[in-house]
Design a protein around this ligand. Structure first.
Ligand code: ARG
Length: 585
C-alpha cells in the first residue's frame, strides 16, 4: 500500500531541506506540486526561491543542495529520473516508467487501488442532511445530504472513524404551535400513529403558523405547550413523538432511495445540556444581559450602527434557540464523542451562524487546539430560469417527485435505445442513471456557487455528467465481454508503457490518491468529479489510439490491464460520490 506520490514527495523534500540547511528549516514549506506543464516533468519543488533570501545563496545552489540531500534516500531513484534544475532553482521531477508500471500492478491487485489508510485516523463528525420535523425536506437538504454523504464516504475510505449525524430540527417553538393547533382541529393526529401524512403535516404547519402570527391567545397557548413539552408533560411529549415519527418515516424514504446512512441525533437530544452552556458562559465571564435576553457580544460582527452584535443564547422568556443548541452540540461532540474534526454541511446562508457559534465556543475555551470545527457551505439550487428553484405553481419542489422525475426521464431514454431489454434491467438502469445524475450534477459543481438544476444537462451523455462517466465504465466492461476476458484473472504484472496515450493515462491513474487526499483536506467533492472526468477523457483517447483486443499478446494483456485499472478507479471513485456503476446500460 502506498500514499500518494505528492504526499510522499512533500515528506521527502521537507527532510531534504532540513538535512541540507538545518533542523530550523524542517517546517519550511517544501512547495511541492504537480507540474502544470508536462515539459517540466510531473512534479516540481519550488522551495529554492523562498529559501534563497534566508540563506543568502543563489537559488540554483540551494536547489542543487536540496537534490543532493533528497538523493541520500536512494529509494527516490526508483521513483524518479534524475532531478533537473530549471530557471530560478525550480526542481523538476519526472516519474520513471518502471515505477509507474510497478504501481499500476499494485493497484490492479488491490480492491482499494493500493491506497493506504491513514496512519492516525481522526474521529470525525459529519453533520449533514438535517431537515426539520413537520416540514418537508427541500432541495437545500438534498444538497446537504449528497455532499455530506460523499465527504463521509471519502473520509471513511481513508480510514477515519466517521460519525454521520442528522441534526434534525425536532425541538423548539414550532412544536408548541403545532401541538396547539392539532389539539384544536385534529386531536386524533396527536394520539394515533399515521393519522396524518407528511404532506398534510406541512399544510397544517402553515395554518398553525398563520394562527400563531395572527391570534394572541393562540400564541399564548402555544408558548405554554412548548413549556409543557420541555418539562416532559406526557400528552405533549406523546404528541411530539408522533409528529417526529411521521416526519422520520418520510425522510427515511428519501434516504432509502438515495442509499444514505445517517444517524439521527436531533436538536432535542441536547435539551438537557442547554442550561450547562449558560452556566459555563457565565463562569467564563462572556455572558451579558441585553434587553432581558442573555447573550455573548461577538467580536468582528456589528449591527448597522457599528455596535457589536450579540449572539442570543437565552431569550427573555427563558427559552433557548438554534445557537444555544449548536453550542451544546459542539461541546458534546468534543467532550463525549471525542471528535477532533467536526464538519457541518449546510447552505451558505448559515455561515454567519457557524462563525458566531465557533467564536463563542473558542472564547469559552471549549475547543482544544487539536479540534477543528469546519463549516462546509454550499450555494442555492436554482431553476432553469436562474431563479430560486420552485414548481410552476411557486411551491418548493418536493424531493420525492424530483427524484422520481429523474428516474422517469432516464427510463424514457433507455426505452428509446433498448427495446428488447427486460423490465427489471430497464428499471435498474433508470434508477442508477437517474439518481446518479442528480448526485453527480450537485457534486461536480464547486459547492459554494449556486447551481442550476437542469434534468436535460445532468442526463446528457456528453460532458461532465454521470451518464458520461457510467458509459466509460460500461465501455470497458464491453471490451471484456467482446474479448471474453476475465479481468479478475489477468496477469497483474503485465503493464508495459510504450505509447504516449498509455503513459498519460497511467500517470493520471496514479493521481487518484492525490484527488482523494485533496477532497479529504479541502472538502470540495468536485475535485474528485473533475479527476474522474479527466480520467474518462484520457481513457477514451487511449482507447481511440491504441488497439486493445487486436494487439499482439503481451501488448494486449498490458492494455487490458490499463482498461481494468481504469474501470476499477471509475467504480471506486463514483462509489465515493455515492454513485453506483452498471455493467451494461
Ligand atoms: N435543521 C437546519 C436547517 O434545516 C440545519 C441544521 C444543520 N446543523 C446544525 N448543527 N446546525 O436549516
Amino acid at each position: 500500500m502506498t500514499t500518494s506520490v505528492l504526499s510522499d514527495l512533500k515528506i521527502r523534500f521537507s527532510k531534504a531541506i532540513a538535512s541540507a540547511f538545518g533542523e530550523e528549516y524542517a517546517n519550511h514549506d517544501p512547495a511541492v506540486a504537480p507540474s502544470k506543464d508536462a515539459k517540466f516533468g510531473d512534479y516540481q519543488c519550488n522551495a529554492a526561491l523562498s529559501l534563497t533570501k534566508k540563506l543568502k545563496q543563489k537559488p540554483q545552489d540551494v536547489a542543487a543542495k536540496i537534490i543532493e540531500n533528497l538523493q541520500n534516500d536512494h529509494s527516490i531513484n526508483e521513483i524518479f529520473e534524475t532531478p533537473t534544475i530549471a530557471g530560478a532553482g525550480f526542481i523538476n521531477l519526472k516519474l520513471k516508467l518502471s515505477y509507474l508500471e510497478s504501481q499500476l500492478a499494485k493497484m490492479q491487485k488491490s480492491d482499494r487501488l493500493a491506497i493506504a489508510k491513514v496512519d492516525q485516523p481522526d474521529r470525525v463528525i459529519v453533520d449533514f442532511s438535517s431537515p426539520n420535523i413537520a416540514k418537508e425536506m427541500h432541495v437545500g437538504h438534498l444538497r446537504s445530504t449528497i455532499i455530506g454523504d460523499s465527504i463521509a464516504r471519502i473520509l471513511e475510505f481513508q480510514g477515519h472513524e466517521v460519525l454521520r449525524l442528522n441534526h434534525v430540527g425536532d425541538w423548539g417553538t414550532q412544536f408548541g404551535m403545532l401541538i396547539t393547533y392539532l389539539r384544536e382541529v385534529y386531536p386524533d393526529a396527536l394520539t394515533k400513529a399515521n393519522a396524518i401524512a407528511i404532506g398534510d403535516l406541512v399544510e397544517l404547519y402553515r395554518k398553525a403558523k398563520k394562527r400563531f402570527d395572527e391570534d394572541e391567545a393562540f400564541k399564548e397557548t402555544s408558548r405554554a405547550a412548548v413549556v409543557e413539552l420541555q418539562a416532559g408533560e406526557p400528552s405533549a411529549k406523546q404528541a411530539w413523538l408522533l409528529l417526529c415519527e411521521q416526519s422520520r418515516r418520510e425522510f427515511q424514504k428519501i434516504y432509502d432511495v438515495l442509499n444514505i446512512q445517517v444517524t439521527e441525533r436531533g436538536e432535542s437530544f441536547y435539551n438537557s445540556y442547554l442550561s450547562d452552556v449558560i452556566t459555563d458562559l457565565r463562569e467564563t465571564g462572556l455572558l451579558q444581559e441585553d434587553q432581558g435576553a442573555l447573550c455573548v457580544f461577538l467580536e468582528g460582527f456589528s449591527n448597522k450602527d457599528g455596535q457589536p452584535l450579540p449572539l442570543i443564547v437565552q431569550k427573555t422568556d427563558g427559552g433557548y434557540n438554534y445557537a444555544t443548541t449548536d453550542l451544546a452540540a459542539l461541546r458534546y461532540r468534543i467532550r463525549e464523542d471525542k471528535a477532533t474534526r467536526i464538519i457541518y454541511v449546510t447552505d451558505i446562508g448559515q455561515s454567519g451562524h457557524f462563525a458566531q457559534v465557533f467564536q463563542v465556543a473558542k472564547r469559552a475555551n471549549w475547543i482544544p487546539e487539536t479540534v477543528q470545527p469546519t463549516h462546509v457551505p454550499f450555494g442555492l439550487v436554482m431553476g432553469d430560469d436562474g431563479k430560486k428553484f420552485k414548481t410552476r405553481s411557486g411551491d418548493t419542489v418536493a424531493l420525492k417527485s424530483l427524484l422520481e422525475e429523474a428516474i422517469t426521464r432516464a427510463r424514457a431514454d433507455i426505452e428509446s435505445r433498448n427495446l428488447e431489454a427486460s423490465e427489471e434491467f430497464k428499471q435498474d438502469v433508470a434508477e442508477a442513471v437517474g439518481l446518479g445524475a442528480v448526485k453527480y450534477a450537485d457534486l461536480s459543481q464547486n459547492r459554494t456557487s449556486n447551481y442550476i438544476f437542469s434534468f436535460d444537462k445532468m442526463l446528457a451523455l456528453q460532458g461532465n455528467t454521470a451518464p458520461y462517466m457510467l458509459y466509460a465504465y460500461v465501455r470497458v466492461q464491453g471490451i471484456g465481454r467482446k474479448g471474453e476476458i476475465d479481468f479478475a484473472s489477468l496477469d497483474t504484472d503485465a503493464v508495459r508503457l510504450t505509447t504516449e496515450p498509455e503513459i498519460v493515462l497511467a500517470k493520471h491513474l496514479l493521481q487518484f490518491a492525490e484527488a482523494i487526499d485533496a477532497v479529504a483536506e479541502e472538502l470540495y467533492p468536485n475535485r474528485l468529479c473533475q479527476y474522474l472526468f479527466e480520467l474518462s477523457q484520457k481513457f477514451n483517447q487511449f482507447f481511440e489510439q491504441c488497439p486493445v483486443l487486436q494487439a499482439e499478446e503481451s501488448e494486449r494483456i498490458s492494455r487490458l490491464s490499463l482498461c481494468d485499472i481504469t474501470a476499477k478507479t471509475l467504480k471506486l471513485g463514483l462509489n465515493l460520490l455515492g454513485i453506483r456503476v452498471l455493467e451494461r446500460m
